[in-house]
Ligand binder design. Structure first.
Ligand code: FMN
Ligand code: SF4
Length: 516
């Protein structure tokens, strides 16, 4: 029977994918046509959503973006056999945006039915865990170390080292915590996987559990992702019913289960120690480090806290080999990075490529430049704490160290584009205001400093004594950088100072008439 794929992820649903699926079901019934409608995840090519695909002998043919009103015309155009239609995109795998990617972590996303375990296994799923179960725990950790995998949550910390610390900690109970709080602006990679390939996370967490000796996992999903939460909970239940979670997984001596939690709705709850507080039922406030969560984490027990993409990459490393993964990338940034293009961009979506790809390739070749068509002025990389880089730095390769050398950071791989209408002094103010709103309040440089920072920037924007106020702003940024307890206060100066460095003209406002 012909299979038609209609995405069921939040992006497609917000663009009427449910109505499209219903119209298709009714149209097929009226025609008496035999076809199965499969609800897949998103391929991450958002401007084409809902992207409807039809399985043909040549491959999957895409049509998009499809509205419910397009359905009768598609059926009349014989789209069940890949017929011609103005919305026809040809073979989906041949769409350059997709074809030019190197999808390792997202290999199955948009292809499989997210809630079909058999589909997951038919596409290579559970091969990584099967391999892990043949290895000693230390050998699993070694494979992750050799792969060069670094945390995709923001700090880029080597995953193998973190796992080794937890493996070496003696305890009656250890935990694996998946950070799916995805608070960075312009990011959606975690969500795409939760809704498009949830079993890869379950498999990755199980491998982590086997590797370090943890029997319980928690997934902390941001509260703004109710659809991801529902989908992932269903996937966990399916995995449990099929013996992939629970006692003696896959017939091995290992137990591992997962509990899914909805986040508390604060940016700071994405920081690992606040997240642990929140998981324990307390307010999301930063804990002092040391002790490291790897030694005293959830409920005081040794805990691996990893970002969702980090954990979801582990099955590939185990099944395809650490060297295969390590062969992608540049310098100390190994493997691939799922970049998320957002903001004022023509072709927004997910682009997974080996580290080393330039900003220019990502923004212009993939993103097609700004959606407004005006010249690109700035791109903020790495969320609200990331630097604003000017268009003159588009040659920069995406690599942790290369970005750090330009006083930037990769964060979770989100890129937010701005055209030449942006006011960078206001963006700097936004960074300070964001910090003031999201500060957990534990330390003074962040709690008070960010509020004073907003006031100073208000004076700069109003053109009041700009030189003195700019000097004051720099001073304040130094105090926040050096004196904050965590990276929220410590990194807020990054976007502020980058705006000052690269766009100084925006901070020299005309002096108000009354002051002349
Ligand atoms: C203010 C703040 C917010 C953060 N938000 C997130 C987040 O939403 N998701 C995430 O994975 N890491 C976030 N992090 C990073 C985590 O603290 C931690 O480094 C990460 O979960 C570790 O996993 P990884 O090594 O796999 O990156 C945040 C850090 C800070 C300082
Ligand atoms: S820097 Fe801000 S968020 Fe971090 S501990 Fe201090 S007050 Fe809390």
């Amino acid at each position: 029977m012909t299979r038609i794929f209609v995405p069921i992820d939040s992006t497609a649903l917000s663009l009427d994918a449910e109505e499209v699926a219903e119209a298709l079901a009714q149209g097929l019934q009226r025609k008496g046509a035999q076809a199965e409608i499969v609800r897949n995840g998103s391929r991450g090519l958002f401007w084409l959503e809902p992207l409807v695909e039809v399985e043909t002998p040549a491959g999957r043919v895409g049509y998009g973006p499809v509205t419910p009103a397009d359905v009768p015309g598609l059926l009349a155009a014989n789209f069940l056999e890949g017929g011609e239609h103005p919305l026809r995109l040809g073979l989906v795998e041949e769409i350059p945006y997709l074809k030019r990617q190197q999808r390792l972590t997202f290999a199955r996303c948009g292809i499989v039915d997210p809630l079909s375990l058999s589909d997951y296994e038919a596409h290579g799923g559970y091969r990584g865990l099967a391999k892990a179960l043949t290895l000693e725990p230390a050998a699993i950790v070694e494979a992750v170390t050799v792969s060069g995998l670094r945390g995709r949550g923001g700090a880029g910390f080597p995953t193998g080292i973190k796992w080794k610390t937890v493996l070496g900690a003696a305890s009656d109970q250890k935990y694996i915590v998946c950070n799916a709080d995805e608070g960075d602006s312009g990011t959606f990679a975690d969500r795409l996987l939760l809704e498009g390939d949830p079993f890869v996370l379950i498999e990755g967490m199980t491998i982590a559990g086997v590797a370090v000796g943890a029997t319980q996992g928690f997934v902390y999903i941001r509260s703004e992702y109710p659809h991801s939460f529902r989908t992932f909970k269903q996937a966990v239940q399916i995995a449990r019913d099929e013996g992939k979670l629970g006692r003696r997984i896959l017939g091995s001596p290992h137990d591992f289960d997962i509990e899914v939690r909805l986040g508390a709705g604060a940016y700071i709850c994405g920081e690992e120690t606040s997240l642990l507080e929140s998981l324990e039922g307390k307010r999301g406030v930063i804990r002092f480090k040391p002790p490291l969560p790897a030694l005293q984490g959830l409920f005081g027990k040794p805990t691996v806290v990893n970002n969702l993409i980090t954990l979801a990459t582990v099955p590939f490393i185990l099944s395809e080999g650490a060297e295969t993964y390590r062969d992608f990338g540049m310098g100390r940034s190994r493997g691939t990075l799922p970049v998320q293009l957002a903001g004022n961009v023509k072709y927004g979506g997910l682009v997974e490529l080996a580290f080393g790809v330039t900003l220019d390739t990502l923004i212009n070749d993939f993103g097609g430049g700004t959606r407004s068509g005006r010249p690109l002025r700035a791109v903020q990389i790495g969320g609200p704490l990331g630097a604003y880089l000017p268009a003159s730095l588009l040659g920069l390769p995406m690599d942790y160290e290369a970005l750090a050398a330009k006083r930037g950071m990769l964060g979770h791989g989100g890129m937010v584009l701005f055209d030449d209408s942006v006011d960078m002094a206001r963006q700097a103010r936004f960074a300070m205001e964001f910090c003031a709103l999201e500060s957990c309040g534990k330390c003074t440089p962040c709690r008070i400093g960010s509020t004073r920072g907003v006031e100073v920037l208000d004076r700069i924007i109003a053109g009041r004594d700009p030189d003195k106020q700019t000097a004051l702003l720099r001073d304040l940024c130094e105090v926040m950088t050096d004196g904050s307890l965590c990276a929220l206060g410590g990194l807020t100066p990054l976007p502020v100072l980058s705006a000052l460095e690269h766009f100084p003209e925006d901070f020299k406002r005309p002096v108000p008439a009354a002051a002349e």
